[in-house]
Every structure is written in structure tokens, then in C-alpha cells.
Design a protein around this ligand. Sequence first.
Ligand SMILES: Nc1ncnc2c1ncn2[C@@H]1O[C@H](COP(=O)(O)OP(=O)(O)OP(=O)(O)O)[C@@H](O)[C@H]1O
Ligand SMILES: [Mg+2]
Length: 342
Amino acid sequence: MPGAIHAEGLVKTFGDVTALDGVDLDVPEGTVLGLLGPNGAGKTTTVRVLTTLLRPDSGSATVAGLDVLEHPDEVRRSIGLSGQFAAVDEYLTGRENLQMVGQLYQMRARAAKERAGELLERFHLADAADRPARTYSGGMRRRLDLAAALVVSPPVMFMDEPTTGLDPRNRQALWDVIKELVSGGTTLLLTTQYLEEADHLAHDIAVVDHGKVIARGTSDQLKARTGGERVEVVVHERDAIAPARGILARYGPGERGLGDVSVEDHTRKLTVPVTGGAKLLAEVIRDLDAVGVEIDDIGLRRPTLDDVFISLTGHAAERAQDEENGADPSAGGRGQRKEPAA
Ligand SMILES: Nc1ncnc2c1ncn2[C@@H]1O[C@H](COP(=O)(O)OP(=O)(O)OP(=O)(O)O)[C@@H](O)[C@H]1O
Ligand SMILES: [Mg+2]
């Protein structure tokens, strides 16, 4: 049975650029899918197709059980999209903006007012609530935009890089709101450049690159694919590299002896794949100490989602420079730009 969001073979080209090259997705009801991928991978294009803003060249998709090509109006009524439908009116105050959204969705005036107050509070906009939105900083607008998308809780939500440009406190506030929404049954598709965000919020992760889903699974499954844990040691002196290598080789998988240990000369860092966890660390320290190797740093490292991302796509996630205050708000976040109709 298809989930709340289901896409099959989505293809979209712009001139000679293939933005989507056969995207398949399936998001079960009440879960969060994190869509990860480098810049230009096709994340925003996927979101635009699924939210009926863009027609694919081929392929099909349903959202909340509705075909996006056949029933775009019904689809729109069943979804929320951060940044797009929730256009901020510059001349209204933050509070008026949110109340207006509530009214558009036929909420009772009193309920709309309550919800507006609650969201202004949560996104730390209460002090600015009664000022026109045109006086807001870039980060404040972004928060108002997100709040507007959250006035009603539709069964399916799309958020394209929702926390880009938010400070840590507001990012946390958004995460909390998202968790509440999802525990209330909302299905969410979220794109993000912050891998720890996907780690935190997403039940499932789909990594896209060059318009294709190249990997999919839970965060743990993806990490396991990238390899297990390793011990990293930074020795105090270059002369200690050789003896340290001999010791560390004892802890490696043992197939290649000294070859199990990789050495980075200029940083005096040695790395060896291990199994055994933190207990092992104490033994390594004792052994190194016994032969008089002085260490600057030692640690047990598990693969992060960043490692997964790099090993899958060959490059690190490029984080957006902080678009907080001072950014041109009319440009929106990178994921939220209102492109001319293609
Ligand atoms: N309206 C358009 N006209 C022409 N090319 C486009 C258009 N929209 C997207 N593209 C191209 O399609 C590809 C995918 O773009 P998309 O915006 O979906 O990437 P993204 O994964 O969202 O990237 P980012 O992380 O930078 O937001 C890019 O090469 C982009 O230049
Ligand atoms: Mg994008």
C-alpha cells in the first residue's frame, strides 16, 4: 500500500539539465523522510513536483492518496509547504499574518488568534508580534514564514531547508514543533543540509544526487554501510608514530598487520578500525603508555551521517552560509526561492 507520499520515476529536465532522473519515493503515513543531497541534486525540484508547483516530464506521484497531476487542487488543500503558500504580507504585523492564514483555512477567529499567539511565542517572535513584517530581520521573516506554514496542521507537510539561516535556539524550537506535528500523525518530507537535523528528525533518509535516489534507509542503516568504529590517536611527537603503529596494529582486524593502521604524518594521527567499543580505548591507552608513547588525543569514532554523505556522494554537504540577519529576505532561503514558472 502506497504511503502518504509516493513517487515513481519522476523525470524533469530544464533545457539540457536533467534535474530529476527517475526519482522514486515512498513515505509511510506519520513518518518523516529526510531528503539529503548536495547542491543541485534535485531536492527542491522534487518538492515542487510533489506540491503541484511543477509538472514532471514523466513519472507519477500521489500525495495523501491524491494524484498530483490529476487532482492538483485537492492535493494543495491537503498539504502544507513552508515558505511557499505562506507568503508573508509585509504590511501586516506578524500576528495579523498568522491570523490571516488561520482565516484562509476557515479556522474560527478565536482559534486562529490562539494559534497565532502560541506560534509567535514558540518562535520567539512575541516581542515583535505587533510590528509590521517589513521591519523584521531575515531570520525573523523566516521564522514567521515557518509559523505561517504551521497555523493549520495538514496531513502532509513539505519543508524545504526549513532551518537554514535559523540560530540554534530557533532551530530547536522548530524541531520541537515538528516532533509534535509528527506525533499527531502528520507525514513530513523535509530537505536539509544539516545532517544532524536528519539524524534527529527523520525516520528514513533518502540521499539524492544528480536527480536520482542513490541510497535510502534509516540513519543507522546508512552509517553501518559506511563502516564501523575506529580508534583515532594523535601522538605528541613524530618519532612516536612508528611504535604507536605497532601497538595499534594489535587492535585492528588483523588481516593486514601494520597495514590496518592508517597514518597521517603531518597531523601525527593514526587510525585503526576496531570492534570492542570504549573498553578497548582504556587498553590502548595503557599499551601506548607502557612503551612510552605520549598522546595528545585519543578517541573512539563512529561514522557520522556526514561520513555517509561524503562516501556516497564524494563531497561534503555544503552548508549554506548563515543567511540570518542581513541576508536579502526577498531572495528567501535557497530552498524556498520562488522561481519563475518553468
Ligand atoms: N527553473 C529552473 N530552470 C532551469 N534549471 C533549473 C530550474 N530549477 C532547477 N534547475 C536545475 O535543476 C537542478 C536541480 O535543482 P534543485 O533546485 O532541485 O537542486 P537542490 O537539490 O534543491 O539544490 P540546493 O541544495 O542548492 O537547494 C540544478 O542543476 C538546477 O540548476
Ligand atoms: Mg534546493
